[in-house]
Structures are given as structure tokens and as C-alpha cells.
Design a protein around this ligand. Structure first.
Ligand code: ADP
Length: 910
């Protein structure tokens, strides 16, 4: 930079090397009204102070941007503001306030290409860039230094011809007009001549589009007319719920420079903010507007910044869907409330029902408990009735036997029959109780049902005579062997026949028929038909139910009954896997038909001696009575001693009464006293009750069998319970026999006699214990027996082992062998051999897993049936029963110890 002094004719040179000039490239020089000179360089703005002739770079507030800028032009306006045009924008420096303003004209927001600047006479600033002129109106507050600018552009569209202005080529002429230079010449104009467009534009809505297509007036969108009238009428537009997207076009009435019109809008109900459309955009699009009422407001702004006086408005209504409408919501609320109410109601009802059910269950439980208590009481009473009944029946039988007076005998018989009837009722009640507790078990054994049934029928003969009813028995077969429970089958017959007799009038007939039926004759059919009153159809399906009794109209012939007989019968039949039904007899009466499958035991042996228990006992009794009576006359010195143990004084007295003509009777009220008396008096036999205070029958039995002094005394247990469990337990711990109350005194006497006989015939327990191999015989004479036993043991499986063979083996004649064996053992050699076989069999039954037939063959029996018979004869128990008893006793071994498990079947004598 050079300074020429015309007065002195001197030149000063300033450069970056000798001054603080920021660049040697100087683009603009401005002599300021304050006397200093400003330079615009390619490195910022510098000021020359004429007073000290120094150049300093300008920086304001450490703003380096200014000093680093590449300056195009510096201009000082009438307000004293410095306008600095740089290649990177335009700034205004307020030197008084030391403020630097960035000026970005609205027309050229990037503000980068301003090439020249000039101020017109009215203080307006004119800027040029390549193809347009911009007028900036400045409002400057000298006090605060605030600077407000508005701009208006003039370009080719407005007034200018095609042009391309040069840098800094801008000047104001004296008349106030302005000239701008470009490569084609000069554009000259007077700012005063330029009029502003102060017409405030109005907005007009022109179109409504959806999916890029215009919506016509009256066209339905989603079932609703969106435009009822043309959109410019301002009529509300409506859409159904959820219009995806729609666009509203508008325009203005600024016809001077419509393309320079700008718009701003807002949608009331959606946003309160005004939004300005970019230049040239005259529409607004809305997407996914939710249902509601809206108002679109649009304002137009003309090229000179004049806005519409008031916004143009267009109401828009987006309808709710049916399910989204307030009514729908109300409905939902009502439904929800109803549901809640319903749920609460149902929950309450359920609660109430549960409570009711609970109460009902509780009541049922209580009722059930009460019933159980009643039943228990009922059972106990029934149970207790059996003992006094025994006490009635047994002496009665004695009296009948002793009676010589016919009239008296008849009455006594009547008494006995009624007592027996009572007894059978009590038994039925106990059975009923058992079936109620599902405690009915089948104890089947093989037997001939024909002779069994015939025997039962026989017991009704006298009744049929008395009632003048013709009773017949028919069987298609001579005998039918099958597996059945003797006791239950007897009850089935007794009940069916009992009912038949009850409901058949005098002169009628009752037929019992047995035959085989089924395809392969695999079923047994028992038919009991009568010519009685018959059973009505409506009752037929119920008579097998408990407590059901036909409500007859006075036709009943008996008037008594409990309604449990047939239910028990059907239960027993069911236990045999059979079925029972009733039909009408051809002319009059009813027919009961029982069908049960024919089954056989795996180890099939004849077990029932084809007699009912009652019949069986009475026939044995007949034989026995004689013998017992004979014994009664025996030498008084040889009278045997019996110890009776029972806590019931009545029972003791009755037994004493009935036995003291044969035996010396000692009594004891319980097990403890009995044990003492047994040791003191050494009785020949002991009869003991089962249930007693202090020490019960089982405990007494065990204590006696454990004491060597009393081990040989035979024991008979008298029990009111008649279930298998008690019998087996009794036998397991060494009782010799059991008798169920009520018992026949003759049977008791007979059994007592046999036991005493067996016991006295000779040390039955010391000679032979069940294991033939382990027998030790000490007397010299009995060496022979030892040898004989050894030989038999070695040849035990030979069925053909004969007495001859044995005598040969012992080097004796047959006769002397017979004599010797008979003398020592009381048995013949044949019996001797058989007993050894049977003992071995018992041992095998106890210790092996073999079945009964296998054991029979192994011990030299050709026929399992014969084996069973001999076994029963010898030990009083069937091999099958003995085997199951052994299973029970070995299970009990854990609690009783070894002694008890060793108990075998009642030993035979040898
Ligand atoms: P109950 O002990 O009352 O005889 P049951 O169970 O044995 O009870 O019999 C039920 C009912 O069936 C009896 O009340 C009776 O009316 C009817 N009934 C049983 N057997 C015969 C029959 N042979 N003839 C006619 N009615 C019978």
C-alpha cells in the first residue's frame, strides 16, 4: 500500500513486512468519516490512523474471523456502520458499540456471493450478487445498537434483464440514482421510482387430494362424502376415521408476482405453531390424523412481505369409527361395568355354592361318621349277641337230648329253632357289615356242588313238610366239581330258599335245579323257582339293592324282613364272578337264576366232604355222642382235667355244667390266672376264649407253648370271631384247634376227646418233629425205628415202597416188623410209612415253592386227591390251607420270633 503526499510529493510504502498490514493484496479502500482509512485485504480488515500513520488490523472481541476473512469490499453508511463484504458472508461493524453483526438477507440466506454494496438516499442498502439486486431496509437503534434488517430482492423474474454483476461495480449518481456494472453494460435505476406492492394477499383453497388424485365434490371416501361443496367455498371437509393421507392446495390473489408469494399455516387442534412453506410450495399434507375437529389456517405473504389481514380457514372433521366413537366408548364402559358386575356376581355365587357344597359335605361326613358309629354299635351288639345265644342254644340242645317228654321236647325244639334263627340273623348282620366295609373275601375250595346243594335242600325238608310245600331238587349231573366258597354258597342257597319258603303259600312248590350251561358247559346254573306271590317288574331291578323291600299290598306272607338278604346274595355271587337275575315263573311265582363260572384250583383236590358245615358236624356228632357217653361212664380215677378260661362267668358256668360229668373242670377268668393254674393243675386240655382282659387267648396260647412244662397241653380257642385271620394266627402260635361261637357242645366234646387221645397216645411232640431226617430216638429199642425212618426217608418218592421191602431192608420178618412198630409207635407199618411221607410233605409245604401236586408225587403219593385226604386226616387241615397258613406265619415271624414259626400241623401220633 502506497501513500502519496501531494504537498510533499513523497510516497510511503506499507507492506506486511514493514507494517501490521495483514495482507499485501488489498481489495477495498475506504476513507472513513472519522478521518482514518480502512483497507479490505485478503487477510481481513486493517485501519490506517493518519495521526500516527500506523496501520492496525481490526479485531473485535477477539473475533479472528474478521481478520482472517478475504474481504471483497468495505462500505461505510450514513449511520456510521461499516458493511464488510467477505467471501464468506456479510458483516456489519458497529464501531461505537464495538459490535459485529452477521447479516443474512432472506433472499440469499447463504449470503456468500454478495459482490457490491451501496446506500441510496433514503438509507436503504443495495447489494448485488451475480444476477440479482437486494434492497435491505435497516432499522438501527443507536442507543442499544440493535440492528434489524428486512430485504427484498429484484431479479430477472421481477424487473432485471439478464445480468451478471461485477465485484464492487456499484455506484450512486448525484441524482440519487444507482448504477450497477456487468459485462454487458450498466443497469441504472432510481430507487425512488420503485413502488412497493402493499396489497395484502388473500388465501384461497383450491384442491383436496388423496392418494395423488383430486377428490371431487360429492365423492365418497370410506363411505363418507369428503367435500359437499367446492373447497374454495370454505365448507367443512369431512373424513371417516383414519384417513391415511390428504393434501390441501391453496393459492393467493397476489397476481403481481404470484411465484414470489409465500404461505404459512397452522392446523388448530393439532398444533399452535405457524409453519412457513418453502418458496414455491402451496400445499400442506396431513397423515394419520386422529378423529376430532380441526381448523386449517393459512396466511399468504407477498413479495414485499405484506401478509394476509386474516388467515383463510378451512374446517376439517375426522369422524370416529363406530367402535371408536364416544357412544361406542360409553357402550364399552357399560359392557365392562356389566362384565365386572357379572364376574363379581358369579364369583359370589361360586363362593356361596362352594360354601353350600362344603357345608353339605361336612354334613354328609358327620352323617357318615354317625352312621359308622351306629354301625359299629350295631356290629358290636350283634357280636355280643352271639355269646348269649350260644349259651341258650348249647344247653337247649343238651336238654332236648335229655328230654323224655314229647311236649317238652317240642317246645324246646321250638326254642332252639328260634334261637338258631336269631343267630342266623345276627350272622347276616355281621356279613352285611363286612360287605359294607368291603371286607368280604372269597375262601374257595374245590368240591361237589350237587351234593352240597342237596344237603342244603335237605335241611329244608322238615319246613316244607310243615308248610305243606312241595320241595324238589334236580341236578343234570351226578356231581359237579368246582371251586367255590362253601360258607358263602350255603348262604346263597339259604337266602334263596328262605325267601322262596317265605313267599310261597301252602300247597305251592319250590324247585331247585342245578345244571351246566354255556357254550362249552363252562358255567354252573342254579335255579330256585317257586310258585309264590312273584315279583312285579318294577321291583325286579331293585330287589338286589340294599334295604329294598317290595311294598306289597298286603300280599306278603311273612311281613318280616330287612331287605339285605338278596343284596348279600348278589354280593356273594359277584365274589364268585357270577351273576344273579330274577324272572317270572310260568304260571305264578318267581325264578332266581344264579350263574357262576366253573373254575378249578390249580392243585385240584377234593376238599369238601360234600356236606354243609352244619350237616357235616351233626353227622360226626352222631358218631361221637356215643363215644363221649361211653367215656362218661369211664373210671372216675382216669377222668381228665380241663381248664376253662373265659372272662364271661356265664360261659364258664355253662361249659362247666356241660363238661363236668366227663372232666374235672378248673376255671380261670383270664390268661394270667389260667397260666398259673395250668402250671399248678397240669390240665389235660385247655379251652380258652380269645378276648379277655389282662392276657388274651393268643397271648396265653403263646405263653403255654413257650413253657416246656405246658407245651404238650392241647389248647382249643373258643372265638366269637370266625374269620380266617384269627384261625390262622391261633394255629400259627400253636393252638391245637379253634371253635367258633356259637358251637355245638357235642362237637366241642368230640374235639376235646380226640385231642386228649392224640396227646396221651404217646409223646406226640417228642417223638417226631416235622423233619423226618432230623428225628432223634434215644431208647435202644427205638434204633429200629430210626433205621426204618431213615429207609423210608431215602425212598420217600417211591409210591411202591411196601412193608415187605421195609422188612427186608431191616432184615426182619414182616410180622415181627409189624409187632415192633405197633408196639413202639401205636401205628401199623403202612401208617408209619404214610406218616413219614406226610411229615416230609408238611416240611416241603413249609419250606419249598413246590405246588401241592408236585409235593404229593415227591412224597410218594400217586394221587394228589388221596394225599390231601390223608393229610387232612392226619393233621386236621388241608395241605392248601396249611401252605397258606405257613405263608401267613412266616410273614408273622418277624413279629413273633422263631418259636412260633416252627409250629407245624397238629402232629399225628406215632
Ligand atoms: P328280606 O329280608 O326283606 O326278605 P331280601 O333282600 O331277601 O330281603 O328280599 C327283598 C325283597 O324281595 C323282599 O322284601 C320280597 O318282597 C322280595 N322277594 C325276595 N324273594 C322273593 C320271592 N321268592 N318271591 C317273592 N318276593 C320275593
Amino acid at each position: 500500500m502506497f501513500r502519496y503526499d501531494p504537498k510533499q510529493q513523497t510516497t510511503d510504502h506499507f507492506s506486511t513486512t514493514n507494517s501490521k498490514l495483514t495482507s499485501d493484496y488489498i481489495s477495498s479502500v475506504l476513507p472513513s468519516k472519522d478521518g482514518s482509512i480502512y483497507f479490505g485485504t485478503s487477510g481481513g480488515v486493517c485501519r490506517y490512523n493518519p495521526a500516527d500513520k500506523k496501520i492496525t488490523p481490526i479485531s473485535i472481541n477477539e473475533d479472528q474471523a474478521l481478520s482472517n476473512s478475504n474481504i471483497i469490499q468495505i462500505f461505510e453508511d450514513s449511520r456510521g456502520l461499516l458493511w464488510i463484504l467477505t467471501k464468506s458472508g456479510m458483516k456489519v461493524l458497529d464501531r461505537k458499540k464495538e459490535m459485529l453483526h452477521d447479516i443474512i438477507p432472506a433472499s440469499s440466506p447463504h449470503g456468500t456471493d454478495v459482490l457490491g454494496i451501496i446506500e441510496d438516499n433514503s438509507g436503504g442498502m443495495w447489494l448485488s450478487n451475480s444476477s440479482k439486486l437486494t434492497k435491505i431496509k435497516v432499522e438501527y437503534d443507536e442507543v442499544s445498537g440493535d440492528l434489524n434488517v428486512t430485504s427484498r430482492e429484484y431479479d430477472r423474474q421481477a424487473v432485471l434483464p439478464e445480468c451478471d454483476f461485477n465485484q464492487r461495480s456499484f455506484t450512486k449518481l448525484q441524482d440519487g440514482s444507482i448504477a450497477v456494472g456487468d459485462p454487458f453494460g450498466i443497469i441504472h435505476f432510481n430507487p425512488n421510482d420503485i413502488q412497493m406492492n402493499d396489497c395484502k394477499p388473500k388465501v384461497i383453497f383450491t384442491d383436496l387430494y388423496m392418494d395423488n388424485a383430486p377428490i371431487e365434490v360429492g365423492e365418497k371416501i370410506n363411505g363418507r362424502v369428503a367435500l359437499k361443496k367446492a373447497i374454495f367455498s370454505g365448507e367443512r371437509i369431512e373424513f371417516n376415521h383414519n384417513p391415511k393421507e390428504f393434501t390441501i392446495f391453496f393459492t393467493s390473489d397476489n397476481y403481481a408476482l404470484p411465484e414470489k408469494t409465500r404461505f404459512k399455516y397452522r392446523l388448530e387442534g393439532y398444533s399452535e405453531q405457524w409453519t412457513e412453506c418453502p418458496e414455491g410450495i402451496n400445499y400442506v399434507t396431513y397423515t394419520n390424523l386422529s378423529p376430532g375437529n380441526y381448523q386449517l389456517q393459512v396466511i399468504a405473504i407477498n413479495e414485499d412481505g405484506y401478509e394476509s389481514e386474516s388467515p383463510a380457514t378451512l374446517d376439517i372433521k375426522i369422524h370416529h369409527s363406530f367402535w371408536g366413537s364416544p357412544w361406542a366408548w360409553l357402550l364399552y364402559a357399560i359392557i365392562a361395568a356389566a362384565c365386572v358386575w357379572g364376574i363379581v356376581k358369579i364369583a359370589r355365587m361360586r363362593e356361596r355354592r362352594l360354601l353350600e357344597e362344603q357345608t353339605q359335605k361336612e354334613n354328609q361326613r358327620k352323617q357318615e361318621e354317625l352312621n359308622q358309629l351306629k354301625f359299629k354299635f350295631f356290629t358290636n351288639v350283634s357280636h355280643d349277641l352271639r355269646t348269649p345265644l350260644t349259651l341258650i342254644v348249647s344247653p337247649l340242645e343238651d336238654m332236648i337230648k335229655e328230654s323224655t317228654n314229647d311236649r317238652q321236647t317240642k317246645r324246646l325244639n321250638q326254642m332252639r329253632n328260634n334261637a338258631m334263627r336269631l343267630l342266623s340273623l345276627v350272622n347276616q348282620l355281621l356279613d352285611f357289615r363286612k360287605s359294607d366295609e368291603s371286607d368280604l373275601h372269597l375262601n374257595p375250595s374245590e368240591g361237589d356242588i350237587v351234593s352240597f346243594a342237596r344237603n342244603v335242600c335237605n335241611s329244608f325238608v322238615s319246613l316244607s313238610d310243615r308248610k305243606n310245600i312241595n320241595l324238589t331238587f334236580y341236578s343234570s349231573q351226578q356231581s359237579i366239581e368246582l371251586l367255590f366258597d362253601e360258607d358263602k354258597m350255603e348262604k346263597i342257597f339259604m337266602n334263596l330258599l328262605g325267601n322262596a319258603f317265605k313267599f310261597t303259600p301252602a300247597g305251592g312248590r319250590i324247585d331247585v335245579a342245578i345244571e351246566l350251561t354255556g357254550d362249552d358247559q363252562s358255567k354252573l346254573r342254579i335255579q330256585v323257582s317257586d310258585t309264590g306271590i312273584g315279583i312285579k317288574d318294577k321291583d325286579k331291578e331293585h330287589i338286589f339293592e340294599r334295604f329294598y323291600q317290595v311294598n306289597d299290598d298286603g300280599e306278603s306272607l311273612s311281613g318280616t324282613g330287612s331287605g339285605i338278604g338278596l343284596s348279600l346274595v348278589s354280593e356273594y355271587v359277584r365274589l364268585h364272578d357270577g351273576n344273579i337275575r330274577v324272572t317270572d315263573n310260568v304260571e305264578r311265582g318267581s325264578v332266581f337264576i344264579v350263574e357262576i363260572p366253573i373254575r378249578h384250583s390249580e392243585t385240584s383236590q377234593a376238599t369238601h366232604p360234600a356236606k354243609t358245615s352244619a350237616a357235616k358236624e351233626s353227622s360226626t356228632i352222631a358218631d361221637a355222642v356215643q363215644t363221649v357217653a361211653e367215656n362218661a361212664g369211664n373210671d372216675r380215677e382216669k377222668r381228665k382235667k380241663v381248664l376253662i378260661v373265659d372272662d364271661s362267668q356265664d360261659m364258664t358256668d355253662m361249659l362247666k355244667d356241660s363238661l363236668d360229668n366227663i372232666y374235672d373242670v378248673v376255671t380261670a377268668p383270664d390268661g394270667v390266672v389260667a397260666l398259673k393254674k395250668a402250671l399248678e393243675t397240669k390240665p389235660d386240655i385247655i379251652l380258652t376264649d380269645l378276648m379277655m382282659p389282662n392276657m388274651n387267648g393268643m397271648e396265653l396260647c403263646r405263653a403255654l407253648k413257650e413253657n416246656p412244662k405246658t407245651v404238650n397241653i392241647p389248647i382249643i380257642i373258643l372265638t366269637a370271631k370266625h374269620d380266617l385271620g384269627v384261625k390262622l394266627e391261633g394255629l400259627t402260635i400253636g393252638a391245637d384247634d379253634y371253635i367258633t361261637k356259637p358251637f355245638n357242645l357235642d362237637v366241642l366234646r368230640l374235639r376235646m376227646r380226640r385231642l386228649i387221645e392224640l396227646n396221651s397216645k404217646g409223646a406226640r411232640r417228642s417223638l417226631i418233629e416235622p423233619e423226618p431226617d432230623n428225628i432223634k430216638i434215644t431208647p435202644l429199642d427205638e434204633k429200629l425205628i430210626e433205621k426204618a425212618m431213615k429207609y423210608v426217608s431215602q425212598n420217600i418218592s417211591k409210591p411202591e415202597l411196601s412193608v415187605e421191602e421195609l422188612s427186608d431192608a431191616l432184615a426182619m420178618s414182616r410180622v415181627s416188623l409189624y409187632k415192633k412198630i405197633k408196639q413202639i409207635t401205636g401205628k401199623s407199618p403202612i401208617e408209619f410209612i404214610r406218616i413219614i411221607r406226610l411229615k416230609r410233605a408238611a416240611q416241603l409245604l413249609r419250606e419249598s415253592q413246590l405246588n401241592i401236586s408236585e409235593i404229593a408225587y415227591q412224597t410218594g403219593f400217586n394221587n394228589p386227591k388221596m394225599f390231601s385226604r390223608y393229610f387232612k386226616e392226619e393233621f386236621g387241615i388241608l395241605p392248601s390251607a396249611y401252605q397258606s397258613q405257613q405263608e401267613v406265619s412266616s410273614a408273622a415271624a418277624t413279629s413273633y420270633g422263631k418259636n412260633e414259626t416252627g409250629a407245624g400241623p397238629r402232629s399225628g401220633t406215632l
